[in-house]
Design a protein around this ligand. Structure first.
Ligand code: MD3
Ligand code: FE
Length: 203
């Protein structure tokens, strides 16, 4: 697997083959059955346009009390299913000290986007956040550690993986738009993004 650096970010284009993507999607359907996707609330009481669920110990969650990681599904009360093996294999190409304890699954339907934010509620920033894209292309924007830092953008395609580590681990980032309906991977179109991370300190 080859890793190129795009605007300072290690990116592995086509980390998963089309066959591996389809197989992973089957696993993700089972995850979504056990842990139904939901729309977290933004700080101002409006639901996010992205729907999320998770595999692994932790899932990101937000309501009017603020945001935090949770260990039980907000509706079913059940723990989240195990992280699919194909996603763990991608993580291990970037990080071998410990496996992730959270695989957030973000589902972008038509018009969905994710505003610029930082991910800073994890215990150990020496671990990367690894992102894996599936389905329609998404325009990824990344800046610096301050909201006002200049940003740059590039497209993420189905099967692409990247690691946010070091300098970029605490960078502001988001998804400006998706090219809805470009791929046939997801019936009904849209984009799935998996973010693999370590929330708790590794022992
Ligand atoms: C840069 N997801 O779930 S993945 C998120 O495509 C999130 O769904 C976007 O931002 C998506 O929090 C972007 C890439 C990503 C994930 C975490 C990061 C980039 C990051 C953490 C720090 C810096
Ligand atoms: Fe993020």
């Amino acid at each position: 697997m080859s890793i190129e650096t795009i605007q300072g970010v290690p990116v592995s284009r086509g980390a998963l083959s089309p066959e591996e993507q389809a197989a992973l999607l089957t696993d993700l359907r089972a995850v979504a059955q056990a842990a139904p996707p939901f729309s977290p609330m933004t700080g101002w009481g409006k639901p996010m346009s992205v729907r999320i669920t998770a595999a692994g110990r932790f899932c990101w969650f937000s309501d009017r009390r603020g945001y935090r990681y949770i260990e039980a599904h907000p509706e079913t009360g059940q723990p989240f299913p195990p992280i699919p093996e194909a996603a763990l294999r991608v993580w291990r190409t970037f990080e071998t000290r410990a496996d992730p304890d959270c695989c957030l699954i973000n589902h972008y339907r038509e018009g969905a986007r994710m505003g610029l934010h930082q991910d800073r509620d994890e215990a150990d920033f020496s671990f990367p956040v690894v992102s894996l894209s599936l389905g329609d292309p998404g325009l990824f924007r990344i800046g610096g550690t301050e909201r006002k830092s200049p940003t740059r953008s590039f497209w993420l395609h189905s099967g692409d993986a990247m690691a946010l580590t070091g300098e970029t681990r605490l960078a502001f980032h988001g998804i400006d738009r998706i090219k809805f309906g470009e791929t046939a991977l997801l019936a009904g179109g849209g984009r799935l993004n998996l973010t693999l991370r370590r929330v708790a300190k590794a022992d």
